[in-house]
Design a protein around this ligand. Structure first.
Ligand code: C2O
Ligand code: CU
Length: 460
């Protein structure tokens, strides 16, 4: 038999290629955390060193169908330990990504396999959860989008990840002051340079009467964005990934705290030749977070109001049967906290400050390994009253379960995973403790979490 050289080569190549393809399919995708340089600032600044997944920032978008399984291998290419948290996903505790609580931190050069399913459709995000005041501040986050089973009646969708960076104007690099005393004890690390999807001048050409879905995600460490739309009109349809029972007309201005999300359905109402904007208001000035140059007219008129998004399968708490819990938030600059328990002993403020701790929950400096705020039985209904007895805003985030904000007239309000309390504010939330495990409950002003605003709920 005459075997030609050519056949042998082809056969050899095929044999080599096949197992590699099969291998690639059975292995989860990598989520590579590493430093990289990118052009973040306008001319004449050069590139800025960031950290990201991919590596890029925002990191590679993860987009799946409701109920899908997500598998990602975190590969730590940083020079410090890290972990990845899937913010807002009602997840198995072992996959929650909290270094020091649900897993060990992943050492530089090491890997960790995340494998979980996503029960809810909505706008979520993922971010580093070890030294997060630095790692998130350097760009380690990305969007996690879970699609509803049926497509919405929209023309297009934009995921807008908003962040503010603290840039050293001398060199155009991120200011290296992560974890300084002032950030820890005041409002946290607020930036001086705002981007959307890593761009300071994001332009999204649009057409008049086009219907957009905007998925807003705040990746800011501490800034509370005050947002406004111009040349656009529409509805908030979901908050923190969870659909509102009825679409709510977008108010004149609305707040988006750290880690919060808002899904908007908007019609472009600006005329062709004009521009529409998503605006951040600050001290009476407006900054465009996204600019929509209107290039043409789509339809003669706007469409009808959208239907609500299909609800997610989150159980409704029964307020009458709920266990009552209290959380008093104290401390910070100008907060009048004189002393608090630290590792079991009451310590005066100067000792706490020495330890870099400035905030207390119910009189104790919060720590990941401290006693839990409560031990709940599986399926227990809970109402939790949070009092912000400080002069700063805080965005309290519960891992593993969404809660309902209780409205002023005592009704179950919006489902959220992060609730914003302005200075002096009190809020009650309620939920069914249906997800077993130790769940972190902390302020998402990430410097505050590092300085005492952290506790956990144990669900049996
Ligand atoms: Cu988005 Cu504990 O975090
Ligand atoms: Cu806070």
């Amino acid at each position: 038999m005459n075997v030609t050289r050519r056949n042998i080569l082809l056969g050899g190549a095929a044999c080599a290629a096949l197992p590699r393809m099969a291998f690639a399919q059975s292995r989860p995708e990598e989520l590579h955390a590493a430093a990289f340089d990118r052009q973040l600032l306008p001319d004449p600044f050069g590139k800025t060193k960031l950290w990201g997944y991919g590596p890029t920032s925002p990191g590679t978008e993860i987009r799946v169908a409701q109920g899908a399984r997500i598998q990602r291998t975190l590969v730590n290419g940083l020079d410090q330990p890290t972990s990845t948290h899937w913010h807002g996903i009602r997840i198995d505790n072992a996959m929650d990504g909290v270094a020091g609580l649900t897993q060990d931190a992943v050492a530089p050069g090491s890997r960790f396999e995340y494998d979980f399913t996503v029960p809810d459709a909505g706008t979520f995000w993922y971010h580093a959860h070890d030294r997060s005041f630095e790692q998130v501040g350097r760009g380690l986050y990305g969007a996690l989008i879970v699609e509803e089973p049926d497509p919405l009646d929209i023309d297009r969708e934009e995921v807008l990840v908003i962040d503010d960076w603290l840039i050293d104007p001398e060199n155009g690099q991120l200011a290296d002051s992560f974890g300084n005393m002032h950030d820890l004890s005041h409002g946290g690390r607020t930036g001086n340079f705002t981007t959307t999807n890593g761009q300071y001048d994001l332009q999204l050409p649009a057409r008049r009467h086009e219907r957009l879905r905007l998925r807003l995600i705040s990746a800011a460490n501490a800034r509370v964005f005050q947002l406004q739309i111009a040349g656009l009109e529409g509805w908030i349809v979901a908050l923190d990934g969870m659909p509102l029972a009825e679409p709510r007309p977008v108010p004149e201005t609305f707040l988006l705290g750290p880690a919060q999300r808002a899904d908007l359905i908007l019609d472009v109402t600006a005329e062709a030749g004009e521009t529409a904007h998503l605006v951040s208001l600050e001290r009476g000035e407006g900054f465009a977070l996204a600019t929509f140059p209107v290039t043409a007219q789509d339809a003669a008129a706007r469409r009808d109001a959208p239907a609500p998004l299909p609800p997610n399968p989150v159980p409704r708490p029964d307020l009458a049967a709920a266990t009552a819990l209290d959380l008093r938030m104290e401390g910070g600059a100008m907060g009048g906290l004189r002393a608090a328990r630290l590792d079991g002993d009451v310590q005066p403020m100067n000792v706490l400050a020495e330890a870099g701790q400035f905030w207390a929950f119910n009189g104790a400096i919060g720590k990941m390994d401290g006693p839990p705020l409560a031990e709940l039985s599986h399926g227990e209904h809970v109402r939790l009253k949070i009092v912000n007895d400080t002069v700063f805003p805080h965005a309290m985030h519960l891992h593993g379960m969404h809660f309902r904000e209780i409205t002023e007239d005592g009704e179950l309000g919006d489902l959220r995973d992060t609730t914003l309390l302005l200075r002096g504010e009190t809020r009650e939330v309620a939920f069914v403790a249906d997800n077993p495990g130790d769940w972190l409950f902390h302020c998402h002003m990430l410097s505050h979490a590092a300085a005492g605003m952290m506790t956990r709920l144990r669900v049996g």
